[in-house]
Design a protein around this ligand. Structure first.
Ligand code: GDP
Ligand code: IMO
Ligand code: MG
Length: 422
């Protein structure tokens, strides 16, 4: 069996959680492969809404195995909060969730370092989620990290050594760290996590595949936040791209099957960094209001703009996307006109290549204007109901992106999802 990967093609918040939930009944297992509680994946069904941060979005269906893979960074305190609230709503999490021994732990001091790094950057700050993501991955790469499996081997010493290093760094940055209370909570949360199945997830995943079981990998963040290919340095600290599923789960590249690329019918971004098609006018505000574009984790306003096909083509290329999923087209249901950026003009020259340095001030987006469909599509059940202008919009995108759009999401609910005949 092959493993399918679902990931965001923009700057995150494309609607990954919703679609993973919708697709889960077709799979035996769902796995997260990177990121951590910087993610906020929203699911809505039966009048209820859930936001998942570290736990995969496959937990609400029919008892599929859900795996937190080695590429993830986990904050035990936030994990406990999330898990307990899910258990309260009746999810038998301890039975279905498996966590890799190799996930790296976010320590209280990582969060302090995240804040201190941002403060030190001043005006050039990244606008991180403040969850300690960067410092935790930094420790992983510099070989100073603490892994979940370490809780069974001389943990206190390893923890104290790492913590003391962080304290020294914080002090050298002029900070006076105080975190005793946080630390006590964190150590308690470590005990709580020990109640879960902590496994060699690379063996688990590969044996599931050998047994003919199907697996869906759930990306976090988006391709334009990838540490290698995103709008560096305004990115997250992990590989959010398809290749990240290989290293973040221990799956060989030849085991990858379908690659589902998710995008919104427009574009959003939270935090700082370039965003060539950003709208600062009434239209941008209208998209934000209609799309409820406020962060699921931080509540921050999301910056909004038109769809960027230059960036999307780049993301499709980097990930080897085989099927596209378009989200939130309902937000544009009442627009007279819709724009799509098909090229960038840089110093007077047009290019369709995503540049090394995305200086948004130097980039002038070249737009194509399409007629709006002016139809409330939120109750539609099938493709046959699509108004002509919407079908034309889809056709236009498929031609530009050279990839089929197989699923269209027309509202936040699980039911508001239309599959197209390929
Ligand atoms: P994720 O991080 O990629 O899982 O996305 P988020 O959950 O952060 O953000 C997506 C937001 O859009 C959530 O509030 C979803 O409930 C909502 N959403 C998802 N799909 C649709 C859709 O098709 N239409 C509308 N209007 N909202 C959607
Ligand atoms: P999901 O999975 C949108 C952004 C932050 C910041 C940058 C770095 O819900 O799509 P970090 O805390 O990772 O060091 O922040 O990345 N960011 C996200 N933006 N959706 C996310 O996740 C994000 N996770 C991180 O806003 O700009
Ligand atoms: Mg999100």
């Amino acid at each position: 069996m092959k493993i399918d990967v679902l990931l965001g093609l923009q700057w995150g918040d494309e609607g990954k959680g919703k679609v993973v939930d919708v697709l889960t009944p077709r799979y035996d297992a769902v796995a997260r492969f990177q990121g951590g509680p910087n993610a906020g994946h929203t699911l809505e069904f039966e009048g209820k809404k859930y936001v998942l941060r570290s736990i995969p979005s496959g937990i609400f269906q029919h008892g599929q195995v859900n795996i937190i893979g080695n590429g993830v960074v986990l904050d035990p305190v936030l994990f406990q909060e999330e898990a307990e609230s899910l258990e309260k709503s009746g999810i038998a999490l301890k039975e279905i969730l498996k966590i890799s021994k190799k996930v790296h732990l976010i320590m209280p001091t990582h969060r302090l370092l995240d804040a201190a790094n941002e403060k030190a950057k001043g005006g050039a700050k990244i606008g991180t989620t403040g969850k300690g993501i960067g410092p935790t991955y930094t420790d992983k790469i510099s070989r100073n990290g603490l892994r979940l499996g370490d809780v069974f081997h001389d943990f206190k010493t390893k923890y104290t050594n790492a913590r003391n290093k962080h304290i020294a760094t914080l002090k050298s940055m002029g900070e006076n760290p105080e975190f005793e209370e946080l630390e006590q909570r964190w150590l308690k949360a470590i005990e709580y996590i020990k109640g879960y199945d902590i496994v060699d997830s690379e063996y688990l995943i590969n044996s599931l595949l050998r047994e003919g079981k199907s697996i869906l990998c759930e990306g976090a963040q988006g391709t334009l936040l990838d540490v290698d290919f995103g709008s560096y340095p305004f990115v997250t600290s992990s590989n959010t791209i398809c290749a990240g599923a290989c290293s973040g789960l221990g799956v060989a590249p030849n085991k990858i099957g379908e690659v589902f690329g998710i995008f919104k019918a427009y574009c959003t971004r939270v935090g700082s960094g370039p965003f060539p098609t950003e709208l600062f006018d009434e239209t941008g505000k209208r998209i934000r209001d209609l799309g409820h574009e406020y962060g699921a984790v931080t509540g921050r306003e999301r910056r909004c703009g038109w769809i960027d096909l230059v960036a999307l083509k780049y993301s499709i290329m980097i990930n080897g996307v085989t099927q596209l999923i378009m989200m939130k087209s309902d937000v544009l249901d009442d627009f007279d006109e819709i724009k799509a950026c098909v090229a960038y003009k840089i110093n007077g020259e047009e290019t369709t290549q995503f540049p090394f340095s995305i200086d948004e001030n130097a980039i002038e987006p070249v737009y194509v204007t399409l007629p709006g469909w002016k139809t409330d599509m939120t109750r539609f059940k099938s493709e046959s109901e699509f108004p002509q202008a919407f079908s034309d919009y889809i056709k236009f995108l498929e031609k530009e992106l050279e990839t089929p759009i197989t699923i269209i999401s027309i509202g936040p609910d699980r039911e508001q999802t239309i599959e197209r005949n390929k």
